[in-house]
Design a protein around this ligand. Structure first.
Ligand SMILES: NC(=O)c1ccc[n+]([C@@H]2O[C@H](COP(=O)([O-])OP(=O)(O)OC[C@H]3O[C@@H](n4cnc5c(N)ncnc54)[C@H](OP(=O)(O)O)[C@@H]3O)[C@@H](O)[C@H]2O)c1
Length: 266
């Protein structure tokens, strides 16, 4: 493993977390906030403003100023995204940040009630890809524009899934979206060797997403897998996987664009 990927969070850091109103995104924001150096700044993004405010409260620290914006990332234009990032940086010189970090955590499961061989609703697929792939790419591009002159300080974490590399029956929207999203970040990492890019797969985590599978899935095997995770108590807590993600970053336990799973060294 390369150690040149080590991420130092103890300096003045700018950190954006998408999907920060609950679940894994909230846990990542909280774990990262504990580590950041003086004059750090966080921007939390999601739609639910009340829950974002709760996450911001949980992140409170003398070292960190936490800002949040309610935004539907599936609908946000490039200029709106750029504006959100710029607004969060108001009064700050981007060159003052030792590390500029973004967690692309936002995600949804897609339609679990349609069998793969019956999929033909292109508008629905397009909506799914908008949030989970296209708008992730646009947000990442706006972030890179802002830090273009100092992109050697940029760290990008894509929250991916085992489903990006292993097919899971009943989850064609999710698996294909995660695969496309992960490959975009791999290509970026291949082009920009000086930017640290990690594809982190959090393992099965007890969040609203799991409940969605249990209520919506029509694929029996998929339902069985998640029901047994729940029954056996094998689901991870969001803070467990968030801590592991931070550990991987700090220890530099990844090569450019590498897919690292929670269980890789467990
Ligand atoms: N849970 C697991 O077992 C698991 C396993 C592997 C990978 N993952 C990945 O981990 C990430 C987080 O998942 P999670 O389990 O924490 O899911 P979650 O609890 O459903 O959280 C999803 C987050 O995304 C936000 N979001 C959804 N649609 C949005 C939109 N249109 N605009 C802005 N924000 C939006 C939600 O906030 P609002 O509703 O407030 O907008 C929420 O904060 C996802 O990328 C997921 O694929 C999860």
């Amino acid at each position: 493993m390369a150690t040149s990927s080590q991420v130092d969070l103890t300096g003045t850091t700018y950190c954006v977390v998408s999907g920060a109103s609950q679940g894994i995104g909230r846990a990542i924001a909280v774990e990262v906030a504990k580590l950041l150096g003086p004059k750090s700044l966080m921007l939390l993004l999601a739609r639910n403003k009340i829950e974002l405010a709760k996450t911001a409260e949980l992140c409170a620290s003398p070292n960190v100023e936490v800002r949040y914006e309610s935004v539907d990332l599936s609908k946000s234009s490039n200029s709106e995204m750029y504006g959100l990032l710029r607004k969060s940086l108001e009064g700050r010189d981007v060159k003052g940040f030792v590390t500029s970090l973004i967690f692309h955590n936002v995600g949804s499961l897609g339609n679990l009630a349609v069998e793969t061989w019956k999929m033909d609703d292109v508008d629905e697929l397009r909506d799914y890809y908008d949030l989970n792939v296209f708008k992730v790419i646009s947000l990442n591009t706006q972030f890179l524009k802002i830090f273009e002159e100092i992109d050697d300080r940029v760290v990008i974490v894509n929250i991916t899934s085992l489903c990006a590399i292993k097919p899971m029956g009943g989850m064609a929207y999710y698996c294909s979206g995660k695969a496309a999203r992960e490959m975009y970040f791999k290509v970026l990492a291949a082009e920009k060797a000086h930017i640290k890019v990690l594809n982190y797969s959090p393992g099965p985590v007890e969040t609203a997403m799991i409940d969605f599978v249990l209520t919506e899935a029509v694929n029996d095997n998929l339902k069985d897998v998640f029901t047994s995770f729940k029954r056996q108590g094998t689901l991870l807590k969001p803070e467990m996987t968030a801590q592991k993600c931070v550990k991987v970053l700090q220890a530099g336990l990844f090569t450019p664009g590498e897919h690292v799973d929670y269980f890789d060294d467990e």
